[in-house]
Design a protein around this ligand. Structure first.
Ligand code: ATR
Length: 264
């Protein structure tokens, strides 16, 4: 039986095993998918397990999306440009790092009733998933991407990967059409301590967090009459792209999947 896993730290909140194991059943694939909490010094041995084919493939989440890169033989174009890997395959003796977060975010936005081309986007946070979001937004031809992070230096690091990024001081909520919470605030029901009350109308509040399904950030957005969307669709479609890479099958996405993930 083939083994797959997601590695991260923390990893408890991950719903990847639930989704992949569901799709294994539906597609009659004899495999299991687990979550594994790793420390930095354990990455090397873990990677060796993939080389020895004890593990057939893995997903990578915070905080290893970048630190895993030196252990890999090749990167996809998207992984290279974002310096972010969330999926590893083992192809013809090579460990290959892919980035399916980009496709996940892209699909999630396209499924919304929100025309993003030419819009101004504000990203809060500068952590592991942000390069993927910026990469996807650039392909959607947004007008402007602004980024605001508590630690300004980390936002500035993003400029090494992408040009034309505007950096705002933390808490400076200037004019935007869409605001993305890409901080970890909300994972444990924390509130982002920013005042969103005088933004105008019809903004899109998007949270990368999908568990819990409605963060305080989204609650506030809704209360103020804006559109609010969590990261569940992005999560499902990044998983779908990883599944396709490993099994060469496109799994079905239906309402059962969203119910399954909501039950958590
Ligand atoms: P990593 O930074 O390891 O990639 P992440 O979960 O992807 O982890 O990112 C955490 C993000 O949430 C960061 O942007 C972090 O801001 P800092 O760079 O200043 O640490 C942000 N974050 C976490 N706690 C925060 C808080 N209390 N207030 C504001 N931002 C916070």
């Amino acid at each position: 039986m083939k083994k797959y896993s997601v590695i991260g730290n923390p990893i408890d909140h991950s719903l990847s095993p639930k989704l992949h194991n569901y799709w294994f059943k539906k597609n009659n694939i004899d495999a299991t998918y687990d979550k594994i909490k790793l420390e930095n010094h354990e990455l090397k041995n873990f990677i060796q397990d993939i080389k020895e084919q004890k593990i057939a493939g893995c997903n990578v989440t915070v905080p290893f999306k970048q630190t895993i890169i030196p252990f890999l033989d090749k990167l996809s174009l998207e992984a290279e440009q974002t310096q972010s890997v969330n999926t590893i395959t083992f192809d013809n003796g090579d460990l290959v790092g892919h980035n399916t977060d980009i496709a996940g975010f892209d699909t999630a936005i396209k499924k919304l009733n929100f025309s993003i081309k030419g819009k101004k986007v504000l990203i809060l946070g500068a952590g592991g998933v942000v390069p993927s979001i910026i990469f996807a937004l650039k392909n959607m031809h947004v007008q402007e991407i602004r980024i605001s992070n508590r630690t300004r230096e980390k936002a500035e690091n993003m400029r090494a990967l992408f040009n034309n990024l505007k950096i705002l001081e933390w808490g400076n909520l200037t004019d935007f059409d869409m605001v993305i919470n890409a901080t970890s605030l909300g994972l444990n029901n924390e509130t982002i301590n920013l005042d969103f009350s005088s933004l105008g109308n019809n903004k899109l509040f998007y949270d990368v967090i999908y568990n819990p399904h409605e963060t305080n950030f989204l609650k506030i957005g809704k209360q103020l009459g804006h559109m609010a969307e969590n990261g569940k669709t992005m999560f499902v479609y990044q998983a779908l792209e990883a599944f396709k890479l490993w099994h060469k099958i496109e799994p079905k996405v239906n309402t059962d999947i969203f119910k399954l993930l909501d039950n958590d």
